[in-house]
Design a binder for this molecule. Sequence first.
Ligand SMILES: [Zn+2]
Length: 243
Amino acid sequence: MKTTTVKGLIIKETKVGEGNKIFTVLTEEMGKIQVSAAGVRSFKSKISGACSLFCYSKFIISKGKSIFNVSSADCIYNFFNLRNDFEKLSYATYFCDLAGSVMVEQQDNSALKLLLNTLYYLEKHDNYSVIKPVYELRLMTVCGFAPLISCCNSCGGKDGITYFSVDDGIVYCSKCSKRTNMTEDTYMALMYILCCDDNKIFSFNASDEVIKQLNSFSENYVLVQTGSRLKSLDYLKSNFQII
Ligand SMILES: [Zn+2]
């Protein structure tokens, strides 16, 4: 049987039957795939560690009837310590869930890179009110739903931009729209988040007001773009105050 080696992060797992699991894996090579692992819940299984939620592993897989079957798995890095903190676990679960819901099969690996970056950062930091909007906005961007914010949608100007139309993903300057919902600092932060290098996404300072505006935009923008509200987000928000 033809086998393929892929590297990927397990973002969702479902128990099936006696000792089996089905995973959703974001891979470097094939985008999002579904993988079945037989007998992996048995204590005798050699691959159960590498086949767990939040594990970034190297898998040898083969094409089954409808999904892939895994024959071998080696853990490269696991984010298991996120499970030791209920708040971090709730964020990690939501971030994985959101990536899984936005990403389509055969997409490039930029969403995976972003998710890995974000989980690494989440392990060491707890500034959730920054991590969440940055991840949400950046994920929309790498998955092809970037808002068009480089200039005013009406006049093309780049100065005095103070209104972000979340429903349309466009911005207006103060001359073209009487409505205002962001400061120029928030606009600068938005530009930074959407345009900076991958490894610098969390490297910026912002005032409480900017962070508040970013949070309001990012969550609503995700909702408009995806058209559905994830249960993992409701769960997160019912247990923790984000801002
Ligand atoms: Zn304008």
